[in-house]
Design a protein around this ligand. Structure first.
Ligand code: XMP
Length: 430
């Protein structure tokens, strides 16, 4: 292995990630593992230079204080504990060490090398993936999102054609999105890529369905069904690649952290498809995933793309989806993205998109009355998507976008700008 590692054992601290990031910022790789890790599991991790037992407010679960396995103390690793009364470590701290104390532990006591960088991370993961997979085959649902794209690129580097990527186009993708997945992965990276155009099937299922929750359920459920059908056609697949990243694991609840929300990346597939999971990004934070993607040669536009909901344009074509309005959302979104890029706003604004409501308003076109749809533009900034403020877009930019939408998008006679912060409005409309 290329890089040294400091292991953080999660004993209910809410600050495991803060600590891991602090150590990584010093150039030393750090991973967080559950408190009940076994000696075998610990020994299977390469290059562990030291362990931090990180206790805290959630250390009591169901009335019982969680403890590490006592055998871990006898293994000879340098260890310190933080906020963990009962620990057998020589150095017991009440609170997280300051930077100087942490550096002392990492570099002087553990004698770790500052050799954490993306190149080494990738080399290590390539070796670990090859070790795990052997000559087996891995299946991956490649949506074209940042996480699945980076996993795909990493797996291609590690095992080439032993990876089978399935890209399902649910018909709710942005303009040229599926084309770009095919171009990058099939043409440039020579991936073994199965492209499934399921647009008609999805639109059929969604016909006349207006309720947002129902729409999301149908899209999510159908996605799994299509993927499953493809998986059953293939033979000899033992592994499933997943773009799980560290925040997904925290949000789905660790052994001591409370569950925030169930996440689509963790679990999700039916039990009877018995795959072993390959999740090489599960210890990375989002910015590190992006750096990994760039190092692997993925295009900037793919790695730095703005967040896009799983149900895609389906939740931006409001109410029951119709083809004409879906086209209006897709075309207006493409214009918005193009103009934002020209104005340099794509690097500044966190998320921006258009929606088309399911009602018409009166207008005039070519001296005649028309009755057409409206496009609403939304552009927001946020840190964590829990709250958001609107972007104050330059009037000239807004005017240019409006003119283009009115001239180029069919069935539209009105453009509005959404001024609402979150709360009370959510970022998406559905
Ligand atoms: P809201 O609308 O709840 O959205 O303010 C917060 C953020 O989450 C994104 N979003 C989703 N992402 N699957 C996803 O992967 C989804 O079903 C989904 N719904 C909303 C939304 O775009 C925003 O960035």
């Amino acid at each position: 292995m290329k890089q040294d590692m400091i292991v953080i054992l999660d004993l209910g601290s809410t600050e495991n990630t803060v600590l891991a990031r602090q150590i990584r910022d010093m150039g030393v790789y750090s991973e967080i593992h559950p408190h009940d890790i076994t000696v075998e599991e610990l020994k299977a991790l390469d290059n562990v230079k030291g362990i931090i037992l990180n206790g805290g407010e959630n250390r009591v679960v169901d009335g019982q204080a969680v403890e590490i396995r006592p055998e871990l103390y006898g293994l000879g690793y340098p260890m310190i504990s933080v906020d963990y009364p009962g620990s057998a470590c020589e150095t017991q701290l009440q609170k997280l060490p300051d930077e100087e104390a942490l550096r002392h532990f990492v570099f002087n006591i553990c004698r770790a090398q500052a050799n954490w960088n993306m190149k080494n991370f990738i080399e290590d993961q390539v070796e670990l993936i090859r070790r795990q997979v052997g000559d087996g085959k891995v299946l991956l649902a490649l949506s074209g999102g940042v996480d699945s794209s980076v996993v795909a690129a990493l797996l291609i580097k590690a095992i080439g054609k032993q990876l089978v990527c399935v890209h399902v186009n649910h018909g709710l993708m942005r303009k040229n999105e599926s084309e770009s997945v095919i171009q990058v992965f099939r043409d440039q990276l020579h991936a073994n890529l199965i492209y499934v155009d399921a647009s008609e099937r999805f639109l059929g299922k969604l016909k006349n369905v207006a309720d947002p929750e129902q729409k999301r359920k149908i899209i999510g459920g159908e996605f799994i069904r299509v993927f499953e059908e493809e998986a059953r056609k293939l033979e000899g697949i033992e592994f499933l690649g997943q773009g799980t990243i560290y925040p997904d694991i925290i949000e789905s609840g660790t052994k001591t952290a409370k569950m925030v929300k169930s996440h689509h990346n963790v679990g999700g597939l039916p039990e009877d498809l018995q795959f072993k999971l390959v999740e090489p990004l599960k210890q990375l934070f989002k910015d590190e995933v992006r750096a990994c993607g760039i190092e692997l040669g993925l295009p900037h536009s793919m790695v730095y793309r703005q967040p896009f909901p799983g149900p895609g344009l389906g939740v931006r074509c409001l109410g029951a989806i119709t083809r004409d309005r879906l086209e209006a959302v897709r075309e207006s979104d493409a214009i918005l993205r193009e103009e934002f890029e020209k104005a340099g706003l794509d690097k500044k604004v966190w998320q921006y998109f258009t929606v088309v409501p399911d009602f018409k308003s009166v207008g005039v076109k070519n001296n005649a009355r028309c009755f057409d749809y409206m496009v609403i533009i939304r552009a927001i900034n946020t840190i964590d998507a829990m709250s958001a403020s609107i972007e104050r877009i330059d009037w000239d930019v807004l005017q240019r976008i409006t003119e283009r939408i009115l001239a180029e998008v069919e069935n539209v006679n009105r453009v509005c700008y959404d001024m609402s912060p979150k709360p009370p409005a959510t970022i998406e409309f559905e």
